[in-house]
Write a protein that binds this ligand. Structure first.
Ligand code: GLY
Length: 374
């Protein structure tokens, strides 16, 4: 059954895809101004550009408008040159920017680009340590290289490698996916089910050396997106790589649910407190809601995952333009995403991945019989 609030939000987000396409023309939207709607773009996609391709593909899923399938293909083609970039965030680029396009629209070109990205990631796999390291070109990371790991290198990456294995019949992709996911449990997930973003490891065997963070408050705090990325990553791992990851996905989600009893938008870091001077992060909440909807599908006997995802989405819709009849801003902006509070960088902005996950949630909530299995 459809819901009129969700239908209106989807319409607004489709308008936003149009207004974004008019502005970006061959570049990738990165973060946007919430008053003017103006995007800051990147030429090569940085780590965020794949979400623009995924968003266009979701737009096609929501509307059936073939122009959006063509747009998704154009964006996917722009991602291809990144196949050998030395960054683990190619998982974001090639899953959301290419494989999602293929899975949603059926594009064969997108499947080929997704496979190119999977091959690139496989080349970076450290077999002794059982992990794809962050890499020397990892975006926005201070300590990068062969002995560094980030939880945000698991979402997309594990799904992409697992999909590539199924698509080609080559078991090396799945083996790398499973070992990469398993190693990050040891490196980044604490015993209480919370997540630390980053870790250093011994490159000869993958053993944990120490934990730290690039974007959270400190090594002992829980950055909102660290937890949210882990939730979506292990829900994807359970679906695409092995059901043995399901208990981890559930444990991560339970930690989140214990700390968001009312389902509102979270602060940028769970240890930052709340209040008018503490930025919230709509993108973290959107990622988590998408993860909860994946878990709803994977663990149908649990009704709370869907209920809490709905509460998060309802809260997010209060941050989507237009917020009332007199709001003259471009429609479909998901406001109040916090890119990087540590550096005071784009702390109250539209974020392209926040848009992606909100639209994924809205489509799935409005169309339960034909859920996107992404
Ligand atoms: N690098 C992923 C993030 O900032 O969320």
């Amino acid at each position: 059954m459809t819901n009129s609030r969700y239908t209106a939000a989807i319409e607004a987000m489709l308008e936003r895809i149009d207004s974004t396409a008019k502005q970006t023309d061959g570049t990738f939207p990165h973060y946007g101004d919430i008053e003017s709607g103006e995007w800051t773009t990147t030429a090569d996609g940085n780590w965020t550009g794949g979400f623009w391709g995924g968003l266009a593909a979701l737009g096609f899923a929501a509307s059936g408008d073939k122009r959006l399938a063509h747009l998704a293909d154009d964006i996917t083609a722009q991602i291809l040159p990144r196949q050998n970039s030395d960054t683990a965030f190619r998982g974001f680029l090639f899953w959301y920017g290419a494989a999602v396009n293929h899975l949603v629209t059926g594009s064969d070109d997108a499947a080929q680009t997704a496979l190119a990205g999977a091959h690139g990631l496989l080349t970076s796999f450290n077999d002794r340590a059982g992990i794809i390291p962050l890499g020397a070109e990892a975006e926005e990371a201070e300590a990068v290289g062969e002995g560094a790991a980030n939880i945000d290198a698991v979402p997309g990456t594990v799904a992409l490698l697992s999909w590539a294995s199924a698509h080609t019949g080559d078991p090396r992709f799945l083996d790398a996916a499973i070992r990469h996911a398993q190693r990050h449990i040891e490196l980044c997930i604490r015993t209480d089910g919370s997540v630390c973003q980053s870790a250093r490891f011994d490159t000869s065997n993958g053993a944990l050396l120490d934990r730290y963070t690039h974007k959270g408050m400190n090594a002992d705090s829980t950055w909102g997106r660290a937890q949210a990325w882990a939730m979506v990553a292990y829900a994807q791992a359970a679906q695409w790589a092995s059901p043995s990851f399901l208990p981890t996905a559930v444990r991560l989600a339970e930690w989140w649910l214990d700390r968001t009893p009312n389902g509102g938008v979270v602060s940028w870091d769970f240890d930052a407190g709340t209040g008018p001077d503490v930025p919230i992060d709509t993108s973290a909440t959107a990622i988590a809601a998408a993860a909860l909807l994946k878990l709803d599908r994977l663990v149908p006997e649990r009704t709370d995952f869907r209920d809490r995802a709905v509460a998060h989405v309802e809260a997010l819709l209060d941050h989507l333009t237009p917020t009332g009849p007199h709001d003259s801003r471009p429609a479909g902006i998901l406001m109040d995403g916090c890119f990087d509070k540590r550096r005071d960088f784009a702390t109250r902005n539209e974020l392209i991945w926040g848009d992606y996950f909100l639209l994924e949630c809205l489509i799935n909530l409005n169309n339960r019989s034909d859920t996107l299995k992404l």
